[in-house]
Structure formats: structure tokens, C-alpha cells
Write a protein that binds this ligand. Sequence first.
Ligand code: PGA
Length: 249
Amino acid sequence: MGRRLIAGNWKMNGLRGTGVALAKDLAARAQAAGEGGAELLICPPAQLLFTVAEALGNAPIALGGQDCHPAPSGAHTGDISAEMLADAGCSYAIVGHSERRGDHGEGDGVVKAKAEAALAAGLTPIVCVGETADQRRAGQALSVIETQVLGSLPADVPGARLVVAYEPVWAIGTGLTAEPADVEEAHGHIRGLLVGRLGTEAGGAVRVLYGGSVKPGNAAELLAVPNVDGALVGGASLKAQDFWAIAAT
Ligand code: PGA
């Protein structure tokens, strides 16, 4: 397994002033800490990518987009392509976040196409999956996760250049987190699917992140779960101190 990945998803938050201040604060912490800890990634809203890239300078923090269109360019008003993200300095793109699946009706086929577009542009896709509260109550959590993973993964994953994020929808932005035993079960299942699809070596090398109300106070417990290779952090990634505390866990 590679280094732990701690990714911050700023969602639709941050104007130039606050975004640059947050990026600079994190850059200073990362530069002072040096190499050796978790790999750090921040995913600001698209309009801030160029300015945040500049604010990060040569600090060891990667930049990512929150979504990308399946096509490299064209008549798609309001969308952003993976190529544009790469051009802005990104090395990752989140695809299939539950807020995209919910707000924009994105299904697995579209998510898969987006993941493939990210790969084609040289980015590492972070493919998000996760069940709703109703699905978990109905005992369908693992089957929902399985359908999403199998339907959303790119057809071909060169060099295991892929991250999967398990984010139970009911845990996102709610302050609720999944029980470690449930996280272990979900991540173990995802690992099995990855190994089945990509083989033992590549499937074992894909990092599987947990997301959903990860905070400094619960990060240690969640990150200690087998097959949890990092975290996708929303709300707590908007405070440098909290994001840093999670990264330093
Ligand atoms: P949250 O968001 O940490 O605010 O729950 C996580 C996510 O949606 O990626």
C-alpha cells in the first residue's frame, strides 16, 4: 500500500480571499513538516484552481478538481473538462460524488465516462460510492456499493492510477460517521471487487478512502480500520487546523 491520502473537498465554498488564505496556511504547514507524512490533496471549486495552485507554490500538496465532463472540450455550457483541470495544475479529479449523483442525476455510466476522461487527461480519478440511509436500513449497503463500484470503474486502469472513496450518503455533512465495523466491511468488500477486477497487485495498490464527517476527533479510529487508506474530508477541510490535524493523525 502506498502513502495514506488525505483529500480535502471544499465543495462550493471559498472566494478568492478565503481560498488563498486556506491554501497558504496549509502550504506553510506542509512545508514545515517536510516529506514523510500522508499525501495531501485539496480540491477547491474550479474558479479558484489557478489562484490556489499559485498559493501552494512548491509545497507538497496536490490539487484536484471536484468533477469533470467526459469530453475533452466542446459545447457543454457550465462544465469543465479533465484536460482543463490538468491545465490548471490538477493531478486528481473527484468523480461520482453523491452530491453530483443526487443533484445532477449522474448514474454509474456517466461516472465511469468521467473517470476515463480523467485518466485520459493524465489525472487520477477518485471514484465515489456509498449507500443512502434507506438502503443501509434495508440491508442493501454492500450490494449498492458493489453495483456502483463495478459500474463506475474505468474499463482500463493504467498502473492502478485510481482512488475509490467510500462515503455513506447519510454520513456526509451530518456529523454521523459509520461504525468502524461497518467501514471495515464496506472497505473489505470494495478491496475484493478491486482485486477481482484489476488483479491482486493492482487491486491491492488502489487506495480506498473513507469519507463522511471525518474530523480530528474521529480520524484516528477511522484511519486505523483495515483497508482504509486515507480520508475524503468535506467540512473539516475548510479549517486549516482541522484538516492538518486529520492529515497528521
Ligand atoms: P463531510 O463531506 O466531511 O463534510 O461529511 C465529505 C464529502 O462529501 O466528501
